[in-house]
Structure formats: C-alpha cells, structure tokens
Design a protein around this ligand. Structure first.
Ligand SMILES: [Zn+2]
Length: 255
C-alpha cells in the first residue's frame, strides 16, 4: 500500500518537475506582427531578450544575465540577426538579469545603450542589491542573486521623461514608469508595449499574468498596472519574464 502510494507520488513529482523544466527552458520565438514590426524573443535562463525590427532598424530590449553572451549570440545567429546590425539596446531597468550583457554588446558591436536616469547608479554599481521579495519563492531567488556581480555600464542615452524614438528614426516611444526601480522604462510600438518587470507571466501558464517576484510597493505597482491598462491602445504586453500577456487578461486578473 505504502509502496504504491510512493510510486504514485514519485510519478506526480516527476511530471511536475518535467513540466517546470519544459516551461523554463531556453528558447527562440520569431513573430511577424505586421509590416514594419517583427519581434524576436530570446529566452535564456528565464530572462527575455527582445529584438524588434522597425523602420529598417533593430532595437534590442534588455540583455539577460551576465555570462549568457554566447548563448544569446547563438540564438541571434539562429534567427538570422547579426549583432552588429543592432542599432540600440534599451534597458528596461538596472537589475542584473536585464543589464547583464549590456556592456558586452555595447563595446563589442558598438550598440548604443539607452537606460533610465533613475537607474544610472545601478548601472555603475556592478553588484546586485537585495530586492523586495513578494513570495517565498521570490525570497529564495533573491538569496541566490544577492551579491552577484555584473559588468559596469555607461549608457549612451539616459532618459528622464517621455522619449520619442522618432528622433532616432524609429516609430515608437519610451515611457518612464518608476516603481520596480527608480529608472524603469516601458517601450512601445503601435499596440505593443514592453513592460520590463512591471508584471510577469506565470511560471507554467506563461500567458497568465502574475505579480512580479520583486516589488517594494505593491499598491504603487497596482496603480502603475492600472495606468498601463488605461493606455487602451496597448493590447499585448511583453514582460521581462514569461509571457507575453494580453491586456484583456491583465485587466481580468487585476480588477
Ligand atoms: Zn527587475
């Protein structure tokens, strides 16, 4: 009896583990949204690196974890994207898993880096500071990240207020949204918005929105999410981890 129960339990456990491993694997997804808007999503170690092709330019959004440079380059090659053809790298915020390879891509491929003024100190610290965990799992992640180092970064452009990418020849804009960090930037093109760590998808059901792992002021986070939901032109949100998310699903889960 006990033996049978143990067999069933180990079977269930192995299914859970393999489901989580499958959901959190590295991946490459290319989407042709419409003419003049293509999005390639590279996922390495659960951090998303987006490549947006727009107005004949390529914009990288976030850069993943330090040490993942070669994996990211391999996915770029698989997608047929030449790193030296990337014009700009926009950092949504200064956490290690978004800024990790930025200095490498900036110096090796002469990619211009755009970041938020409020996170300039993070760019120059080079060490991950403690985070405000929103769950037990997040506390465990926080412990694993604390004290990890990343290469120092000097952004080419520091953004303080709303920034029209039109001045760089790209139809799109950057909207600062302090909350997750002081210098968090949202990046939008037509009906699509890249939201960094404003929100995330669930670990397994990744198109289901969930509270991000790290957030110091939950009420402020709720207000920011409501603000973006109020920008009704954005129907799809691309977060830094898991996703993407439909705005209508965010509205459903964030009453
Ligand atoms: Zn973050």
């Amino acid at each position: 009896m006990i033996r049978n129960a143990l067999i069933v339990l180990s079977f269930i456990f192995s299914i859970i583990i393999s489901t989580v491993l499958y959901a959190t694997r590295d991946s490459l997804v290319s989407e042709h949204i419409r003419d003049n808007l293509d999005i390639t999503t590279i996922t390495v170690n659960n951090a998303k690196i987006y490549l947006v092709e727009r107005n004949g330019k390529t914009i990288m959004i976030d850069s993943g974890n330090p040490g993942d440079e070669e994996k990211i380059e391999a996915y770029m090659a698989e997608a047929g994207l030449e790193p030296s053809a990337i014009d700009y790298l926009i950092i949504t915020h200064g956490h290690l898993d978004h800024i990790g390879t930025a200095a490498y891509f900036q110096s090796r491929y002469d990619i211009k880096v755009i970041g938020g003024q409020g996170d300039a100190l993070m760019f120059s610290e080079g060490i991950q500071q403690p985070l405000c965990a929103t769950s037990l799992m997040a506390s465990a992640i926080d412990m694993s990240l604390q004290g990890k180092t990343y290469p120092l970064l000097k952004a080419d452009i520091l953004v303080e207020g709303p920034y029209d990418l039109g001045q760089l020849g790209i139809k799109g804009k950057i909207t600062p949204m302090p909350g997750h960090t002081l210098g968090t930037l949202l990046v939008s093109f037509d009906d699509i918005i890249f939201v960094g760590d404003l929100i995330r998808g669930e670990l397994v059901r990744q198109s289901t929105p969930n509270r991000h792992f790290f957030m110091c002021d939950l009420a402020d986070n709720d207000r920011d999410i409501a603000t973006v939901l109020g920008m009704t032109q954005f129907t799809r949100w691309y977060p830094g981890h898991f996703g993407s998310l439909l705005a209508k699903d965010v509205a459903r889960y964030w009453p």
